[in-house]
Design a protein around this ligand. Structure first.
Ligand code: MN9
Length: 292
């Protein structure tokens, strides 16, 4: 089974006024994202605040998203969890809901040995019966999957690729070259151009919730050999990312979308509200760059 498309938004999770998952927030958010040319949605990942949710809440989000967006775009469910049982349960749910693929961070908190990690991915692949994408994000999980370990996991033909969220373009290129039959999606939005030039199959990122068109166009510009234009677009995206790194990426994105009339609520504690000085910078950026 092929995963179609290359530009995927790491979907924010809309919350209501009480801080609960808000199924009614899905439609406006998805409509906006897809209007920017994004090919698919990657739900319940880091950007989706999944680590701050129960398994039941994550399933609720996956159900509401499938009901609204199935058939409209490619749907990838992030099912990674600290326990294999939770990840397997979410993988089964995703399969039954018609998702196109599942993805998972390695099991976190405890320092698991590589056999544990391999068995965890095998259990997810068994349960999902869908293509599995490893989500490598060592800065947050603390799991340092070396090139060799990633290549070893990728030998399982049910593991179809990797979402690579790190700054090491050398490691990224090595993986790309040594596993030519697999898909490699880049997850550090501020370096998407570099990764695309080095052979990425696409990108999955948080800022795609707001400016998916930038990444869509960078990919086309690289294909056309127009590096100058691609660099201009990446530079513009990075002006926003520089601000978001000050507001907190998820909080800043939620602030921006709320302001644009797309109600996504606020981040769940322990995330707190960004201070008003940095929000002012973000508001200025929005006023200048977003016209909806
Ligand atoms: O994987 C996101 N990474 C993290 C996706 O959440 C750590 C990225 O999309 C970043 O938010 C983005 C801004 O640094 O590159």
């Amino acid at each position: 089974m092929e995963i179609s498309g290359s530009i995927f938004a790491a979907l924010l999770t809309p919350f209501d006024e009480l801080g609960k998952v808000n199924p009614r927030g899905i439609a406006p958010l998805v409509d906006y994202i897809l209007s920017k040319g994004v090919h698919g949605l990657y739900a319940s990942g880091s950007t989706g605040e999944s680590i701050l949710q129960s398994r039941e809440e994550r399933a609720e989000l996956l159900i509401a998203l499938a009901e609204y967006a199935r058939g409209k775009c490619t749907l990838i469910a992030h099912v990674g969890a600290a326990s294999t049982a939770d990840a397997v349960s979410l993988a089964e749910t995703s399969k039954s809901l018609g998702y196109d693929a599942v993805s998972a961070i390695p099991p976190y908190y405890y320092k698991h040995n590589f056999d544990d990690i391999r068995l965890y991915y095998q259990a997810i692949a068994d349960a999902a019966d869908l293509p599995v994408i490893i989500y490598n994000i060592p800065s947050l999980t603390g799991a340092n999957l070396t090139t060799q370990k990633l290549l070893s996991l990728l030998q399982d033909n049910r593991i179809s690729g990797c979402k690579f969220t790190a700054n090491d373009l050398f490691q990224f290129q090595q993986l790309r070259q040594k596993a030519p039959g697999k898909k490699f999606y880049f997850g550090t939005d501020e370096m998407f151009l570099g990764a695309t030039a080095m052979g990425a199959d696409g990108g999955i990122g948080s800022t795609y919730n707001l400016i998916g068109d930038f990444y869509f166009q960078i990919e086309i510009a690289v294909k056309n050999g127009d590096i100058e234009y691609a660099r201009t677009l990446q530079g513009k995206a990075n002006e926003l990312i520089e601000i978001l790194l000050q507001t907190g990426v998820i909080s800043g994105l939620k602030h921006a979308l709320n302001k644009m009339g797309i109600p996504v609520g606020t981040c769940r504690a322990p995330f707190s509200s960004p201070n008003s000085d940095v929000l002012q910078l973000l508001d200025l950026w929005l006023a200048k760059n977003i016209h909806i």
